[in-house]
Design a protein around this ligand. Sequence first.
Ligand SMILES: Nc1ncnc2c1ncn2[C@@H]1O[C@H](COP(=O)(O)OP(=O)(O)O)[C@@H](O)[C@H]1O
Ligand SMILES: [Mg+2]
Length: 313
Amino acid sequence: MTPTNAPALYESKLRSLPLLARGKVRDNYAVGADRILMVASDRLSAFDVVMREPIPGKGELLTQLALFWFARLADVVPNHLTGDDPESVVAEGERSQVRGRAMLVKRLAPLPVEAVVRGYLAGSGWKEYTATGAVCGVALPAGLRNADKLPAPIFTPATKAEAGAHDENITFDRMRERVGPELAARVREVSIRLYERAVEFALARGIIIADTKFEFGLDEQGTLTLMDEVLTPDSSRFWPHESYAEALREGRNPPSYDKQFVRDWLEQASVDGRPWNKQAPAPTLPPDVIAHTAARYREALLRLTVPAGNGPD
Ligand SMILES: Nc1ncnc2c1ncn2[C@@H]1O[C@H](COP(=O)(O)OP(=O)(O)O)[C@@H](O)[C@H]1O
Ligand SMILES: [Mg+2]
């Protein structure tokens, strides 16, 4: 990919299309009745709060990485891409707002669950395991450490929370009640297959995908379709392979490519002399935190998409 080096975009403002919704990261516009223009802004959310400063380049990096994976995983399950050019549906003067950072997709009926797959024990999975010995009702062997590899990838669904709320881990049985048993089984099977394929690919490029979240929808024919973004640092935990073993031995979180750096900074940040309460507004991100975060996103994309030997390192 060639980065456009466009100025940071905190919020798109397209007048030629009706705005459907602004998510934490993406602005969705209706294109007729059956398509959506998804514009990935440079917003960053952490602890489900949107930061007030953009991360330059982030929207474009997310979009390019998602497109990269959609192409590589297209044989596993259909995805929402239409193949149409996002710049073709906006006014001439608005093209710079969508260039490199947008996807023109089929408008789907989203399933009310997030399809999370974990190959390693981290984050909310690790927390649940230490409390109960299981994650989302999936029992795991005793004695696992933080960041340990699981015997096999597990499917641990979550509810898709309304705006402002936090997603909540649920059991597979709860998911069956929400979407029906056949669809639940198919989503689980497809998600694990997508994850396994991505893991194998990423490992060859020095990245461990510890876990990831997929979203699916149904098209007009009822076909299960992969949507949203896939396998980006926003939806996944990426660890550099070379520092994994040492982190595991020392009981630390591996230095991830995702938002962990910002989260760690936010955990020690204070607002008016008190620790931040994780409610909006977020503390002001200092320039070095912004720059470091932008660099982590860039490095993830380069590592994954540029074969070894051709990269900058
Ligand atoms: N093909 C699609 N059809 C309908 N909705 C979609 C499609 N792809 C993604 N979405 C939805 O668009 C939104 C993307 O914006 P995002 O900023 O990620 O929102 P959120 O704050 O909900 O994570 C999500 O709510 C996602 O579920
Ligand atoms: Mg999202």
